[in-house]
Design a protein around this ligand. Structure first.
Ligand code: HPA
Length: 270
């Protein structure tokens, strides 16, 4: 794995000498942030050695290098999901490469189902913790101490200072934000009512099919992490309706404008 990370990182450095400090993973609904980046270089995933190619509808695959809020960023337009059949190591490989390139802070976005009864469709939720419900962990297998410790601490997974900054930015802009715990699981089915209830009981406010693997790897590499969800549907008893991928994309598209403003300002405040 070390060789692969180095090979991919070195390849990218032959294509651009841009030095990113902040990594951004653009999930469903945060594609619009790309329009705010002054793009210096962009690489299709298919052209990058060792990179998986994304398959899911609504996610194009590009690694974008440029300036956002005056900072050097690298953004993944489209991520890899476990439900597409990639291993946890494949899903998180780009985060390893970001670290190799010098990224110290990772910002992640996603779409999720809300189970907290105070949430509404279209709300933004800042993650203050997560629960890994994947039947797997990207750190299983041989540990390379060059990448991080065998048993990484997860007590401060989502950076408090970044959370506080984001809350302050949202307050100034009059944008409502929720905070809560995100449960990550495989998908690709959405949850049954009994599953939403179970995930709520164990302590989560929202549920989705991403973010947890990438954040685990980022913390392994001691990156500061910040993540935000768009609540695209509700898993609240009595409010559960049929949900499609199209619904998720439509709600995300509406809420993304607010999320983009917060993310952009957060990057510039770093
Ligand atoms: N469950 C899981 N993933 C999701 C959901 C959901 O309700 N909404 C958007 N992504």
């Amino acid at each position: 794995m070390l060789e692969k990370i180095k090979e991919t990182g070195t390849y990218i450095q032959t294509k651009t000498n841009f030095k990113p400090e902040v990594g951004i993973i653009l999930g469903t609904g945060l594609g619009g942030l790309v329009k705010e980046i002054e793009i210096e270089h962009s690489l299709g995933y298919e052209s990058i050695p060792n990179f998986p190619v994304s398959t899911v509808e609504g996610h194009s695959g590009k690694l974008i290098f440029g300036k956002l809020g005056g900072k050097n960023v690298v953004a993944m337009q489209g991520r890899f999901h476990y439900y597409e059949g990639y291993s946890m190591r494949e899903v998180t490989f780009p985060v390893r490469v970001m670290k190799f390139l010098g990224v110290h802070t990772l910002l992640v976005s996603n779409a999720s189902g809300g189970m907290n009864p105070d949430f509404s469709i279209g709300d933004l939720m800042i993650l203050n913790d997560h629960i890994n419900l994947f039947p797997d962990n990207p750190l299983i297998g041989r540990n390379y101490k060059e990448l991080g410790p065998r048993f990484p601490d997860m007590s401060k997974t989502y950076d408090k200072e970044l959370i506080n900054k984001a809350v302050e930015i949202a307050g100034k802009k009059g944008i409502k934000v929720q905070q809560g715990v995100y449960a990550g699981l495989t998908g690709p089915c959405f949850e049954t009512p009994a599953e939403y209830k179970y995930i709520r009981i164990i302590g989560a406010d929202a549920v989705g099919m991403s973010t947890v693997p990438e954040v685990i790897v980022a913390r392994h590499g001691e990156m500061r992490c910040f993540a935000m969800s768009i609540i695209t549907d509700l898993g609240v008893e009595g409010k559960i309706v049929e949900v499609t991928h199209q619904d998720v994309i439509e709600v995300a598209a509406k809420a993304e404008v607010k999320m983009t403003q917060i993310m952009k300002e957060l990057v510039s405040s770093l």
